[in-house]
Design a protein around this ligand. Structure first.
Ligand code: SF4
Ligand code: MG
Length: 315
């Protein structure tokens, strides 16, 4: 497989009143062309910041972001403008990111105009209709406003907008989290169909592991700015090794058993991401923590077959 994106030692720190917030703290991963990487963790774990830094919507503090082998952190303004067509983002709440005074067709037309992807009005109208059809928006909605539509249709507009520039890579930031479960499945199915049709590569960010189970090739679990586990979706669900992943998984119902696994409730204080202390960031909440865990931060290591874990317990 060919890597589309590779991230090396990525850091994003924010200066705050009482120190440095380590939002993304030495993160490494790659995504193969045409595949999906699920990025999972609680709010504040750095998953959205990672997505924004990768797209250069936020500047990294340190590290490399290789897109098709080129370090895009070194790109100049002209190169960045072209990169905007290759990489897109879909947001959780499309309503917040859609201009309420623009119609569906105007919203979808905007990126086509900005990037000068059509020659004239006729071509523009044709391309907008085509995009609406691609994402399953009925023709009659052409002149509707976003507030007249339900959440699922609004997300379809967001997807059409992202697709308009023919991107290779899309960061999907909690795209179904605000939707009803039945609508979630429709949007996830649509996204998988589009991935196949257009050869798209996704970085799919969510707080809900069950959402990315079927859509992801690989899943990366983040905790307080760091990757604690990274492996194939299948392996993660079958054989979770990090105590934090195990806790996340324990909250998901197991259909075959018709009940939940024994739920692991996380107690204990969440370590501050501001000037974090040495040691494992999960130690204060971990049932297995030993003295060593409070002194030494475990590094992410391959424990076999491309299963990466950062935990002293797994050696
Ligand atoms: Fe728990 Fe220690 Fe592993 Fe951290 S390194 S997850 S504290 S056992
Ligand atoms: Mg796939």
């Amino acid at each position: 497989a060919e890597k589309l994106l590779e991230v090396k030692n990525l850091k994003k720190y924010f200066k705050v009143k009482n120190g440095l917030l380590h939002a993304v703290d030495d993160v490494n991963f790659f995504i193969n062309k045409g595949e999906t990487l699920g990025v999972v963790g609680e709010s504040g774990c750095g998953k959205s910041t990672t997505g924004r830094v990768v797209l250069r919507l936020l500047e990294a503090t340190d590290g490399e972001i290789l897109f098709e082998g080129k370090n895009i952190r070194k790109f100049n303004r002209g190169q960045l403008r072209n990169l905007r067509k290759e990489m897109q983002i879909i947001f959780q709440d499309p309503f917040a990111s859609l201009n309420p005074r623009m119609t569906v067709s105007e919203i979808i037309a905007e990126p086509l105009k900005i990037h000068k992807l059509v020659k004239n009005k006729q071509e523009l109208d044709q391309r907008v209709s085509e995009l609406m059809e691609t994402v399953g928006l009925a023709e009659r909605l052409y002149n509707s406003y976003p507030h007249e539509l339900d959440g699922g249709r609004r997300q379809r507009i967001g997807i059409a907008r992202a697709l308009a520039v023919n991107p290779k890579f899309i960061v999907c930031d909690e795209p179904v989290s605000a939707l009803d479960v039945s609508i979630q499945a429709q949007i996830l199915n649509l996204m998988q169909d589009l991935q196949e049709e257009f050869g798209l590569t996704y970085m799919f960010i969510t707080h809900d592991l069950s959402v990315v189970k079927h859509i992801s090739d690989n899943i990366m679990v983040m905790y307080l700015g760091q990757v604690v586990e990274l492996t194939s979706s299948k392996e993660l669900f079958k054989n979770p090794l990090h105590p934090y992943t195990q806790a996340l998984l324990s909250a998901i119902p197991v259909p075959s058993l018709n009940r939940k696994r024994e739920r692991i409730i996380l107690k204990g204080e969440i370590t501050s991401p501001i000037n974090p202390e040495p040691g494992c960031r999960f130690a204060k909440r971990c049932n297995y923590a030993t003295e060593r865990c409070f002194k030494e931060n475990p590094v992410l290591r391959d424990v076999g077959n491309g299963h990466f874990v950062a935990c002293h317990l797994v050696e």
